[in-house]
Structures are given as C-alpha cells and as structure tokens.
Design a binder for this molecule. Structure first.
Ligand SMILES: Nc1ncnc2c1ncn2[C@@H]1O[C@H](COP(=O)(O)OP(=O)(O)O)[C@@H](O)[C@H]1O
Ligand SMILES: [Mg+2]
Length: 452
C-alpha cells in the first residue's frame, strides 16, 4: 500500500475528524501498510466516537499484524514477555534496491562500479568519516519490552537533525542525571517523572527516542502498543503492569518509552458503552505513573503522541507526564542534515543542498525521506533505460518535488486552534512560540522552487 495513499487519507481524516467510516478506512490502510500501531490508535479514536463499532473493536482487539495479540485473545495469552518487533519499522525499507521489474540481465554491480570510478562521493561529512556515526548493536533486549525498531542501526543524538532544544530538555531531564548519578544526587535531583514529546507526524519523535536509546543503552526500554492492548477482560491492564514491573526491575535507572501513547490514554469521557473497557488502560497507566513517585525511584517515562490534546487530562497532571515538549518540523539546518543523510546513501551528483532546503519548507523528516526515495526511483528508471547507472541529480529531485507535498500543514492547522482555544494552562507555550515565529517570518505559506 502506497505511502501516498495513506497520507491522502490521513489528510482527509484531519479535515473531517468525526467521520467514522473514513477513519476506519485509514485504519485498514495502515494495517495493509504494515503500520499496526497507528491502526490501533485510529481504531481507538473511532471507539471514542462510536463505542460499539465492531470493525474498530476487531482492530483494537488484535486483528492486526502478526504479533502475539493478533489471534483471538485467550485467558492464557502471554502478556508482555511475548512482545514482538515493531512491524511499523518496515516503513523505512531500503529504497535503493532495484525494483522487481528491473531487467534480469541488468548488471547493477558492474554499473555501480563504473559510476564509483567516475563520480566521487559528493558529500563528505568529517564527523562520519573520522568516527563513524552509527555505532553497531543496540541495547540488550529486556524481557517483556522490546528495543525500538530492532534491526535498525543504533543512532545517537548526533544523527537527529536540528531539535537542539528538545535534545537539551531530554539531557537535563534524565540523560545527564542518569550518567552522573552522584552529582545529580548532590543537587537533590532524583530520576522520576515523565515527559511527553508531541508534534506533527513524521517529524522525528520516534527517531529521537531511538537516539535516546542509543545514548542510554540498557537503561532504555520501549513498550510496544500492539502487544499490550488486548480486549480480554483486564488483560491490557495486566500487560501494562508487567511492562512497568519489568522496567522497575531493570538494573539501574531506566527510561520507559511509550510511543503513540494515545492508544492507551484517550480521554475517558469519550470511552463509553462497549469501549469502556479501554478506560481500564487509562486507569492502569495512571496507577503505574503514580507509583513512580513512591516505590520506584529510578524510573522515568518518556511518551510520544501526534495529538496530545486527545489525551486524558489526568495523564498530563503533575507527577505524571507533566512536561510536554514540541518536536517541531525540521528547520532549514535540520532539513539540510536530513536530506544529506538520505542522499548520501545513493549515487548522486551536483546536489545543491541550499536550494533543496529552501524548496522544502513545511516538509517533515519523513516527507524528506519520501522525496529522496521518489527522486531515486526516477534516477533508477532512467538508469534502466540507459543501461548504466545515472546519478540522482537536481533534475530528479525537481520531478519528485512536483509529486511529494509537505504533510505538516494539516497538523499545524489543528495546532493553531489548540493554541488559540485550549492553552490556558500554558502547556502548549512552545507551540505558540513556534507558530508565531513561523508566521512572523512568513514561512507558513507557499514553498518556493529554485526552478521558478
Ligand atoms: N530531525 C530528524 N533528523 C533526521 N531524520 C529525521 C528527523 N525527523 C524525522 N526524520 C526521518 O523521518 C522518519 C520518520 O520520523 P519518525 O520519528 O518516525 O516520526 P514521528 O515519530 O514523529 O511520527 C525517521 O525515521 C527519520 O528517517
Ligand atoms: Mg512515531
């Protein structure tokens, strides 16, 4: 299922959030695209609006993906020990593989060798060249929780473009206190509490958490939403409890990451009738986060969501996820870094990063990745026709820019409304500042092309 189709339906759902059939169609598309966690989130939102909806119930109760909760839940269903790798990570499939319709006699190896000889790599990043920026391996896997996107290379903060203020907040809140426990203790700083990352889809929340995992190693655990949500009575609560217990019993201070937390913590007032069992998960989460203040010093909760305003207020109260940090769409510097990373992995020539950065205002990190994949497909098609590798150039990127649209606009619209009508507590002040800076610099409108 194409990324474009999902994005188109996501845009339609943002424009018409109460449209239940449309949201169900989105959930189905997400399942077909191998993104079960997001499908569950959409299904939970349907249940908040239409509690008896059979299709949404089926999705939430584990009819998605190949995970252990995919089959009909049974009383014996193993809880968190059986967490499986997050299938959503398959989204980032390596794009430079030749397409299935590549002629069988096309010698890619030979062609790439020819090209390597003729065109030197156009980007040389001294940091990568000297030290190698991807450290091998990942945090050891603890029982009951999964490493984030297993199989992907371990990354660190240096791999995340921009977002310096977010890195600083994460550093101050728990990374430095964990690394320098004695100094932290002397200043009366103990490791406890929680922080919520929020922002438009595709702007790096999960990626940032992967970087935190890379920074912390064994001190990081991640809850896999599709393995926890289970409609068998009380099972979701038990699963949540066992994941928190696992994290409490981890050696040393630990960060537990709850990605797409809206699947577990939607506003309870909307969860009525047959969907009321989903309230149990909110209550259990509150219970676990409260006990963070008591018996389990050393446990920090990091959560992420696209829509913090859909969460139950109680989850955001002091002592729980009481700090919300905006993961904003990448600014020019971050876009340049992200584009460079994705382009550097391919045969390219004559890339004008400055022009490209200017033309991609409003693009999320995921949009930028999609743009480079689309341009690579065009260069590949040309290569096949020519019988030799043609490097990806600005021409291919220009063609791709005509197809790939920035996706953050819809989210920005809802964000504007939240800042205007629902920011009495000041929780979204960083969002307010971001929006006003953007509007002041006139960046909220059209993007410009270097070709126009
Ligand atoms: N700041 C960033 N720096 C580098 N890559 C990024 C950044 N933001 C997003 N990306 C790219 O976009 C992809 C999608 O981001 P992701 O973290 O899954 O978004 P979110 O969780 O906010 O929806 C990432 O896998 C990464 O390749
Ligand atoms: Mg994510």
């Amino acid at each position: 299922m194409s990324h474009e189709a999902v994005k188109a339906v996501q845009a339609a759902v943002s424009a018409d959030p109460e449209n239940v059939p449309l949201r169900l169609a989105l959930a189905d598309l997400l399942v077909a695209s191998g993104r079960p966690a997001e499908a569950v989130t959409e299904a939970a939102k349907v249940l908040a609006r239409d509690p008896g909806n059979a299709q949404a119930l089926a999705l939430v109760t584990g009819g998605v993906g190949d995970g252990p909760t995919a089959s009909a839940p049974t009383p014996e269903a193993a809880p968190a020990e059986t967490v499986s790798p997050e299938t959503a990570s398959s989204e980032a499939a390596a794009p430079q593989e030749p397409a299935a319709d590549t002629p069988p006699d096309f010698d890619w190896h030979h062609a790439e060798q020819q090209l390597d000889a003729a065109v030197p790599p156009p980007f040389v990043d001294p940091r990568q060249a000297e030290t190698g920026h991807l450290r091998p391996g990942g945090p050891p896997q603890a029982e009951g929780v999964a490493p984030l996107e297993p199989g992907l290379p371990r990354i660190s903060f240096a791999d995340v473009g921009g977002l310096d203020d977010v890195k600083q907040r994460l550093n101050e809140s728990f990374i430095q206190p964990m690394r320098h426990a004695e100094i932290a203790k002397a200043f009366g700083k103990s490791l406890r509490g929680g922080l919520l990352l929020y922002g438009a889809p595709g702007c790096g929340k999960t990626y940032m958490a992967r970087a935190v995992a890379g920074e912390l190693g064994a001190g990081f655990m991640s809850l896999v939403m599709t393995d926890v949500v289970d409609s068998y009575r009380g099972q979701t609560e038990k699963n949540i409890h066992s994941v928190f217990q696992e994290a409490r019993h981890n050696d040393g201070p630990t960060v537990l990451f709850l990605d797409e937390i809206d699947a577990l913590a939607l506003k309870r007032s909307g969860l009525t009738g047959p969907a009321s069992w989903l309230r149990g998960s909110v209550n259990q989460l509150l219970l676990e986060m409260d006990s963070m203040q008591g018996n389990n010093d050393g446990l920090y909760v990091l959560a992420a969501t696209n829509h913090p305003w859909d969460l139950d207020e109680a989850v955001l109260r002091p002592g729980r996820l009481d700090r919300a940090v905006l993961v904003s769409p990448p600014d020019a510097t971050a876009r340049a870094a992200i584009l460079r990373t994705h382009l550097a992995a391919r045969p390219v020539a004559g890339i004008d990063l400055a022009a490209l950065t200017q033309a991609t205002e409003g693009f999320s990190g995921a949009d930028l990745e999609h743009l480079t994949v689309t341009a690579a497909e065009k260069a590949m098609t040309e290569s096949i026709a020519a019988g030799s590798v043609q490097p990806l150039t600005m021409h291919h990127l220009q063609l791709a820019l005509a197809e790939v649209r920035p996706s953050t606009g819809e989210w920005m619209q809802s964000a504007r409304n939240v800042v205007r009508f629902a920011n009495d507590s000041g929780r979204y002040d960083d969002l307010r500042r971001y929006l006003s800076t953007r509007e002041a610099s006139g960046k909220s409108g059209q993007r410009k092309g270097w070709w126009s």
